[in-house]
Design a binder for this molecule. Sequence first.
Ligand code: EPU
Length: 332
Amino acid sequence: MKEYANYSLLNHNTFGMNVETKRFVEYDSEEELIGLLPSLGNKFLHMGGGSNLLFLGNFDGTVLHSAIRGIEVVENCGEEMLVRVGAGVVWDDFVAWAVEQGWGGIENLSLIPGEVGASAVQNIGAYGVEAKDVIVRVEAIHLKTGEKRCFMADECGYAYRQSVFKNELKGQYAITYVTYKLAVHPTLKLGYGNMKVLSEKENVTVADIRQFIIDVRNAKLPDPKVLGNAGSFFMNPVVSRDKFRKIQLAYPQMPYYEVENGVKIPAGWMIEQCGWKGKSLGRAGVHEKQALVLVNLGGASSEEIVALCNAVCKDVKDTFGIDIHPEVNFIS
Ligand code: EPU
């Protein structure tokens, strides 16, 4: 276990906010986590890779971080392998490991920043795949009682970028392990956008998909080591079919995806239509290649990022009559 007082979080948030926490503790096991609970008080934050949050200032409490590692095959079901992974494993290290085995299910989620625990909280998703498609079981510790609970996937309330851990049970549990199912002879998912070019090739492997996704992401998304950011800053809104049809009349070229409860419209496209792509407000900018991503142009304050967020939301609302909401968590 590692513990520090007045600790800089600069290297623990990809937005590059230069803030401090009063106490930072990194634990290596469930036992260590349980032992820590009585000292937590009311103000604490359990964080993963810090790739989906925006600190609004210094954190006057304890930041907890899991260093529970390990990737273990716990069950061989023939066509499917059940793999239990520590919450502190870097997500993309797990993807790389799965691809090395030739097992499928998460290759489309290559290069997503963050850690395994967060994949189960956030239901990370990209290129036609969501974490919920492969999550079997989530193990977690209750942060007040220390009680251990196993959630089966259907108890996790999964939906687009949502789970019980972000909603009803927010702040109540720390995830310690996640078990995923990986396919030994995977059916490849090549339906999303320009991935279709891969389906014209023969003998495509999960390794080919991983490389393709890495290339696409590197071309579109800013590297947080160079330009602070937290990936997509906003969620893509879902509107009713009626509302969609009205907007489509005015914007026939608008991209969209039919979903269960309506039509999903890419917020990045709307932000671009509003003229924000590549523009900035102070030291906060809208990324020039993907308007869904807000960037720290260098030394931006959280106020500058929030001001840009508000300006973008207002313009999208005024132009399209649609409310868009941050995907990034604001921490105060
Ligand atoms: N688009 C624009 N302008 C832009 C950005 C997008 O016109 O500046 C259009 C694209 O041309 C395309 C559509 O919007 O027609 C969708 O764009 P894209 O495929 O880039 O995906 P997205 O909806 O903007 C989502 C995820 C990303 C994920 C990609 C690929 C959310 C909030 N974001 O973005 O996830 O990588 O799909 O699956 O759902 C993240 O969460 O941090 C993230 C990067």
